[in-house]
Design a binder for this molecule. Sequence first.
Ligand SMILES: *[C@@H]1O[C@H](CO)[C@@H](O)[C@H](O)[C@H]1NC(C)=O
Ligand SMILES: *[C@@H]1O[C@H](CO)[C@@H](O)[C@H](O)[C@H]1NC(C)=O
Ligand SMILES: *[C@@H]1O[C@H](CO)[C@@H](O)[C@H](O)[C@H]1NC(C)=O
Ligand SMILES: *[C@@H]1O[C@H](CO)[C@@H](O)[C@H](O)[C@H]1NC(C)=O
Ligand SMILES: *[C@@H]1O[C@H](CO)[C@@H](O)[C@H](O)[C@H]1NC(C)=O
Ligand SMILES: *[C@@H]1O[C@H](CO)[C@@H](O)[C@H](O)[C@H]1NC(C)=O
Length: 368
Amino acid sequence: MYANQGRPHRKPGMTRLLLLLLALASSCRCCPDRCLCSSGTVRCQDLDLDAIPRSLPANTTSLFVTGNRISHVDEASFPARLDKLTDLYLSGNEMERVEAGTFRNLPNLARLDLSDNRILDFSDRALPDDSKLKLLNLSGSLHNHSLTDKVLRFFFRENLLQLTTLDLSHNDLLILPDGVFTALSSLATLNLGNSSLITIQNGTLPPLRDLDLRDNDLKDLPHATIAEFSLNPGLRVQLTGNPWRCSCFIDDLVMWLKSSVQVVDSDNLTCADPEAMRNRPLLEVPPSQLKCSDDMEGVLETSYVFLGLVLALIGVIFLLVLYLNRKGIKKWIYNIRDACRDHMEGYHYRYEINSDPRLANLSINSDV
Ligand SMILES: *[C@@H]1O[C@H](CO)[C@@H](O)[C@H](O)[C@H]1NC(C)=O
Ligand SMILES: *[C@@H]1O[C@H](CO)[C@@H](O)[C@H](O)[C@H]1NC(C)=O
Ligand SMILES: *[C@@H]1O[C@H](CO)[C@@H](O)[C@H](O)[C@H]1NC(C)=O
Ligand SMILES: *[C@@H]1O[C@H](CO)[C@@H](O)[C@H](O)[C@H]1NC(C)=O
Ligand SMILES: *[C@@H]1O[C@H](CO)[C@@H](O)[C@H](O)[C@H]1NC(C)=O
Ligand SMILES: *[C@@H]1O[C@H](CO)[C@@H](O)[C@H](O)[C@H]1NC(C)=O
């Protein structure tokens, strides 16, 4: 084609045909440059691309654009409709923003992998209103817990009704925003492993089938959360790798581990705290360790004794100071007494003068 173009003796009609061919070639929906395509799968991996290739085969079902440096995707990322595309892998791109309209031309997208990015913003209009998404992978993509609320806000838009699997592992979440998964009405499998969670409040998680909470910073689970989990007998939870505090507050958790089969790794849970209990399996903590009231009484008793001792010490020091200063104090008291006496005598004297009728007139006149 290009060789023909170079020929000096071509006819005008030929030129027009070549231009047409060129135009077709640029909009050709064949395998993108440097990518690998085979039976519906297109792979553009580790190619240092800064955008999704513009033209993709119309029959693409799975697209891998991983390990590139695509900092954001928006509605220009998929300019043509790809009806067959169900699987999209965009992991490892240092991607920061997923903008409105990005996936509007992918109406049958079922699995979206955005793992290992650094997402700062995810538009709640990125996915279409009738999204068919079943699996979303955001593992290792949220590295700043102060943005958790903002980034996960798109869950609240009620368009992910078919989402069954959500991977939020290896993130920095700290605390889950209130009701963040409520609109995900089909969610069954949730991976929150290694996501720095410090607590799970009741009302945060929908009724799930599989919940992975391994390797977080949970020291206990609130009573209301355990009660909520218990109401969902189909639930399977994993809890290994958390720094459980084996004090009386973990009483509920131990009771739950013993009475239900929901915690599949209950044998593997160990105490991290207090020191004496470290690495001891939760299921083997003696019940005496989990009595709350005794502990609290002990603590109160100790603090009363301590307060008493401090007060006694202050009293002794006060008395000692008085004793050591006894001479000075005596002198001081005498001084005060003398001063009082002088003062009183002065009064007495003036009173006598004022009450003398002969002098009364005199003082009035002198005042005038
Ligand atoms: C997709 O289309 C290309 C040509 O555009 C063809 O070579 C390939 O076999 C097709 N794949 C499927 C799965 O239909
Ligand atoms: C999500 O991505 C991570 C890393 O790419 C992978 O290990 C994990 O299996 C994926 N999760 C799911 C549910 O596919
Ligand atoms: C996290 O985000 C906040 C708010 O945007 C910002 O101030 C802070 O520097 C970020 N922290 C890190 C470690 O990037
Ligand atoms: C947890 O995630 C961090 C990155 O967020 C990673 O460095 C660490 O190896 C992970 N730990 C486990 C136990 O998977
Ligand atoms: C959480 O539990 C508390 C105490 O049992 C209850 O009052 C509250 O309504 C619950 N919250 C949600 C959102 O379920
Ligand atoms: C418990 O820990 C052992 C040893 O680390 C491991 O082989 C086993 O798979 C764990 N059990 C569960 C249910 O995670």
